[in-house]
Every structure is written in C-alpha cells, then in structure tokens.
Design a protein around this ligand. Sequence first.
Ligand SMILES: Nc1nc2c(ncn2[C@@H]2O[C@H](COP(=O)(O)OP(=O)(O)OP(=O)(O)O)[C@@H](O)[C@H]2O)c(=O)[nH]1
Ligand SMILES: [Zn+2]
Length: 399
Amino acid sequence: MNDNHALQAIGWPLDDHGRPAFAAWREMLADFPTAYPARVVEQHRTGYVVAVGPEEGMAVESPPHWQRAPSYRKGATPTEQRAGVGDWVLVEPAPEDAIVTKDQIVALLPRRTAIKRGAAGEHYKQQLIAANVDTVFVVCGLDSDFNPRRIERYLLLVSGSGAVPVVVLTKLDQADDVPGSLEALIDLAAQDVPVRAVNALDPDSVASLNPWLRPGTTAVLVGSSGAGKSTLTNTLVGSERMKTGAVRESDERGRHTTTHRALIPLESGACLIDTPGMRELKPTGEEDVAENFSDIDALGANCRFRDCRHASEPDCAIRAAIEDGKLDPRRFANYVKLQEEVAGAADKLAERQTQHAAPATNGAAAPPLSARPARKPVEKAPGKPSRQRPRIDDDYGED
Ligand SMILES: Nc1nc2c(ncn2[C@@H]2O[C@H](COP(=O)(O)OP(=O)(O)OP(=O)(O)O)[C@@H](O)[C@H]2O)c(=O)[nH]1
Ligand SMILES: [Zn+2]
C-alpha cells in the first residue's frame, strides 16, 4: 500500500535512504504495522477524505472520540488536536468481513508544523488552518487589496508555526506604485521575510516562487478574497490542473462523487494547500509579537525607562524614531494592537489550561487513538507506550 513515490508527490518527506524523514513518524509506523500513511485532504464532521498519492482520494472514518463534540469534560479531543487538512494520519484497512467497510484513522502523526488561528466565539478556541506545511505564501494584491497591516497580522500567525513565510504581492502588472508598496514592507524585508512581487497570471513571473516549491514540500496560500490565490494556484498547476483539480471519493453507498480538492500536487513535485479567504485573523495567544516586530523591540531597548510604554515618557526611543521618520507610526500602532490581542488571547488560554488542569477533569482524557471497539486490536510494540498517542502540544480543550 505504501508507494513512497506517490506519497512524496503529496508532501511525504523522505530522507536519503527513502525512509520517512522523521524518526517519530518511523516509530509510529512501526507501532501500527498494518496501517498505512495517508494525508488529510478534506475534513468533515464524521470523517475525512485522505490521499495516498496525487490521484487517489478516499473517505475514511475518524476515531470515535474525534466524532464527539469537542469538550474536555466529556473526554473528547479539542478540534485542533484532531486531524485537519495537511495532517498525516495512519489508516487501518477495514477487515474484509467487517460490517463497516471504510478504513479508519488510528493515529495522527506528530505535526511538523501547524498554522493556527484563534477561532471566533466567546470561549477560547483554536482553529487549524493547515498542518505539515513548509511554506506559507501570504498573498496580497498590489491593488486596493494592498495592506501592510494585514500582512503583519498574517506573519504573526505564521511565526512559531515552524513554516517559512513568504510574502507574495500579486497584480504586479496592474500596480502603479510598486516601489511605494515595497517601501511600505521594508521592515519585513529587513527581518528576512522574503517578499516577491509577481503577475499571478504569468508562469515566468510566478517561477520566482520555485525556491519554496521543491519536491516533497508543501506550501499553503493564505490571503484575503480576491488577492489572487486561485490565480496563483492555476498558474502553478499549469496543464496538470484538470487532472488533479478533482478527487473521486466513495460515499457510503460506494458511489463516486467529485469534490473540490484542498491538496493539489504540482508539477514541480511540491504540493499546494488551498485555503478559503479568511476574514478574521485572531491570534491564538501563543504568538511572540516582540520577535515578529524585532525592529520595534530593538528600538524599545533604547528607551530611558525599562518599562517605557512609549506614550509620554521622556527619552522614548520609539517616539523619537517615529518623529525622525525611521519607524512607520502605523506599524507601531499595529504592533500595540496585536500585542493587546495576543495578551488577551493568552489570558483566555491560561484560564483554559487552569480549568483543565483541575483534578476533576483528569480522568477525562481522550482514549488512545488505537482504542477502537469492534476491531482486532492493533499490536503494540513493547516498551513504547508513549508512542501510542499523537504528541499533544496544547493542553486545553473547548466547549
Ligand atoms: N492582471 C492580474 N490579475 C490578477 C492577478 N492576480 C489575480 N488577478 C485577478 O484578480 C481576481 C481575483 O483573483 P483570485 O485568484 O480569484 O483571488 P483569490 O485570492 O483566489 O480569491 P478567493 O478565492 O475569493 O479567496 C481575478 O480576476 C484574477 O484574474 C495578477 O497578478 N495580475
Ligand atoms: Zn519608549
């Protein structure tokens, strides 16, 4: 079942020996000898569509405890700890004599990277945008869509995800003040965030993104509606599009339906994850604003007072930099705003963690992924108990 070549086309990282590049993944594969690795291309409430290569896509069942409403108290798994688009999972083939005929996910491989955002709502929640992504293309038009503050917000969310951000400015052919726009992003470039201006309709122009589209890697496009994500995707996919743009999926009755596919293999050997335009970009509370605005952070170190709030204190290096035209006041205002938002989200996150650390909830931890009723138990390798569960980074739940 494991066709490494097919898997690599959808982002499966292989080392020089042709093995999965990560020891933790190899160990989990060994722990589930009859399961096969697959990548989540679509997520639904009761199940997933996974792929094992560029052509295939099939519906599989999720583990029972992923199907329950996400609440720690009921022993279910918070949404962002369930597989999402881009995740690698281990799937157990359905036994031939089984009543349930769908294969079932038995393990979530530890995420190499995870792009997340805070979800809207009264209670603290996180939402996975995409997992196991190497590059995040932050797409923004050089037309009226151009908004350095929104780009800064995207970059904040990408920071700490493990993925590399690249700012892609589209509509180069329609822009009238390219130098002015690039100037507005000079602080990003100074922080080693690559910025590329392209005509998304022109393959030669889009080729400047090739360094981030190497075989076996995965990129995701984020950006507001109309920024040019679909256009970029089409140009990158080129002639392959019709072949790869749809997935045939078996539904419950074994019929085939064609659905939109979120994971698109490219001719370069990389693959692309498509995300819908996101209106709201709330921080999760885990972001490091100072690190993201290292220029402002460095300036602040020169203020006379250590706890300078850069308001009316004497000898404030930040205000001096703004007055000298060395710091864009709008960038500083965004820094302050994002810092407040991150602090607010971090408070809520801490509250959650305290709640869920309470003894009353300790017995309610989700069962291991391998605990599947009515199935032949999967043999566990002795002496490796901790590998039966995916690594869980965030110890909190949601209602
Ligand atoms: N001339 C020109 N037009 C572009 C460029 N990039 C995007 N467009 C046009 O801008 C419009 C919006 O682009 P899309 O690719 O649909 O935008 P999107 O980001 O996918 O938007 P959503 O799907 O709503 O999230 C389309 O009419 C594109 O043809 C570009 O670089 N040059
Ligand atoms: Zn100051």
